[in-house]
Design a protein around this ligand. Sequence first.
Ligand code: PGA
Length: 257
Amino acid sequence: VSLPCFVANWKMNKTIEETLSYLSLCKKRFSHLPHQDVEVILAPPYTALFSVGKRIKELSLPIGLSAQNLFFKTEGAYTGEISPRMLCEAGCQYVIIGHSERRMQFGETDAIVVEKVQVALDAGLIPILCVGESAKERAEGKTLAVVKRQVKEAFCMDKHRLFDLSRCLVSYEPIWAIGTGRTPMPFEVERVHQEIVQIFHEEGNLHAASRPRILYGGSVNEANVAAFMEEPHVSGMLVGGASLSAETFMNIVQLGM
Ligand code: PGA
C-alpha cells in the first residue's frame, strides 16, 4: 500500500534563514506523528535547496526534498538554468514539472514538459507532474480531455516510449483553483483521478502496484483536506499558500493522513 503524500510548494517564497526555522517546527511536530505512515516532501526555491536538504539530514527528519523546476539539458551554455544533476547534488529526490504557473507565465508547453520528465527520470529524480484545466476549459466541459492530453503527452504514451511510471507522482491542479480559495468538490476530483488511472490502464502500463500516486492541488487547507483524502483515488495533496506556515502545513498533514 502506498503512503499518503503531502507536498509543500513554497513557490518564490522563503529565504534560507526562514526555511531553517520552518524545519525546527516540523521536527517538533514529527515527534508526535506516526511518521512511518506518511510521506512529506518540501519544495523550497533553488537557493534554499542545499541548506534545507542538509538540515533535514542533520535533524534526521523523514522529509523528502523537491525542486520546483529543472532544465532539460544536462549542461552547457544555458544562462540561468539548473540541470537535473545539479538538483541531485543539492540533495533532491523529486522535481515538480509542468506547474500551471510555469506553463502560463513561462511558456512551458507539453513538448517541454515531456523533455523535463525524461531528463528527470534519467537522472533518477522522481517527477511530480502537474496537470489541470483552466476555468474556460472546465466551463466548456473539457476537463477530462485536457487532463488526459497532458498526462499522455508528458509520459510520451502515444509514442510508446513508456517510462517506469510507478515512481512518478501526478498532481491534478485545476488552474482556477490555485491560490483562489475555490476548489472542485471532492467527488469531482475523484472523477478526474479515476480518469488518470484509466489512462494508465489503457496504456497497459499498470500493474496495480505500479501506477503513479495521484495528488490534488489547488487551495488545499486545514478545512478541506480530510474530505479530499477520503476519496479512494486521492493519494495526497500538493499545498501552495497554506504550506508557507509550518504549523498550518503540519496540521494539514495530520488531518489528511
Ligand atoms: P495553492 O497552490 O495551494 O496556493 O492554491 C497550489 C499549487 O500551486 O499547486
